[in-house]
Write a protein that binds this ligand. Structure first.
Ligand SMILES: Cc1cc2nc3c(=O)[nH]c(=O)nc-3n(C[C@H](O)[C@H](O)[C@H](O)COP(=O)(O)O)c2cc1C
Length: 349
């Protein structure tokens, strides 16, 4: 195996271990959802069991408005974790994405670690690569290989500039990426989505996305997993990098920024979402789906039944939130269902 291939796999392993066993959350910064509480409808005229939690995303019908966000692949442990997540995703009817497939493009022998299609034949499934790789020799061919490798329905390209610049081995040439993404949108015969990785999306970034024919966007905001914190834990000499651990637009701010500029773009909100009432809040703020990463990874590490249990609780919390607001379908949640302040069903802040 060439050196850079070993580096990619070793990095994957260390990211996974740190995410599973260390506190890699934001320090003070929260997902911003605690700023909001739900407006009560005392006469809901609903039976909670009849509340419809289904959603539509990119033409796919989902039973739950949730995406298991891009996380893993490339290591033996990842095979097990991806399989547990995929099986439960198929049972509950949510969408799922795998982690960056660069490791598999560099070393085809790890392709298996990403393959979950047989376990979840019906779910919308998404491939993943770093957008910056477009400046390091990747293009439509690599994206297509990533999609075909896992029989995906589309691909997320991640924008992770802070993480790259904090990595000693990071790929930091982000010049002219918008142009490259624009060309790829035209050349790629499947849905192309962009995502962030926990530092969020500002209005300024959202404005730069105007005019890109993206299939969708995952605004992954601050408040959950801090990649700056993870990177600062990797190098003995680099603890000062923890200084950047709390940087980012919160998840709530990111959804609001995107919606103010791109009202109709299919949107996933992620970053620090661990409860069903937080799912309800991002939907009310205008997201189409909520994305959840590390909390589900930790559940998967404990076992498949733990993932099942995590989804049971998420679903119940989401249903109760809709019932409280008098909404018979999650898609009916609107910003008027939230008020700033109060602390009704909020868990963050
Ligand atoms: C172990 C781990 C690995 C991740 N790997 C990727 C990745 O390869 N590609 C990507 O786009 N995002 C990756 N992410 C970021 C998540 O998709 C998500 O944006 C971020 O963790 C925030 O969500 P959370 O607070 O629910 O963890 C990873 C997250 C975790 C925890």
């Amino acid at each position: 195996m060439p050196m850079s291939d070993r580096d990619t796999s070793a990095r994957k392993r260390s990211h996974l271990q740190l995410s599973l066993h260390e506190d890699v959350g934001f320090l003070q910064r929260t997902n911003g959802l605690g700023r909001f509480s739900f407006v009560h409808d005392a006469l809901p005229e609903l039976h909670p069991e009849e509340i419809d939690l289904s959603a539509e995303f990119l033409g796919f019908d989902l039973d739950l408005p949730i995406l298991i966000s891009s996380m893993t692949g490339g290591t033996e442990e990842a095979t097990v974790l991806n399989a547990r997540l995929a099986k439960v995703a198929a049972e509950v009817g949510c969408a799922m994405a795998v982690g960056s497939q660069r490791a598999a493009l560099e070393s085809p022998e790890v392709e298996e670690t990403y393959r979950i299609r047989d376990l979840a034949p019906e779910i919308p499934l998404f491939a993943n690569l770093g957008a910056v790789q477009l400046n390091y020799g990747y293009g439509v061919d690599q994206c297509l290989r990533a999609v075909e490798m896992i029989e995906a329905d589309g691909i997320f390209l991640h924008l992770n500039s802070l993480q790259e610049v904090l990595q000693p081995e990071g790929n930091v040439d982000f010049r002219n990426l918008r142009e490259q993404i624009l060309a790829l949108c035209h050349d790629l015969p499947c849905p192309l989505l962009l995502k962030t990785t926990g530092n969020g999306i500002s209005r300024r970034t959202a404005r730069k996305l105007v005019g890109l024919p993206l299939a969708g966007l995952e605004a992954s905001g601050a408040g959950g997993t801090s990649w700056a914190r993870i990177e600062s834990m990797r190098g003995e000499r680099d603890h000062y990098r923890a200084r950047f651990a709390d940087w980012g637009e919160s998840t709530a701010e990111s959804v609001q920024a995107v919606r103010s500029v791109l009202p109709d773009l299919p949107l996933v909100a992620s970053g620090g979402i661990a409860h069903g009432d937080e799912v309800a809040k991002v939907l009310a703020l205008g997201a189409d789906l909520a994305g959840i990463a590390r909390p589900l990874l930790q559940a998967a590490h404990r076992g498949e039944d733990e993932v099942r249990e995590a989804f049971r609780i998420l679903t119940d919390e989401l249903r109760i939130s809709c019932f409280y607001c008098g909404r018979g379908w999650v898609g009916d949640l609107v910003v008027e269902d939230l008020r700033e302040g109060g602390n009704s069903a909020s868990t963050a802040e």
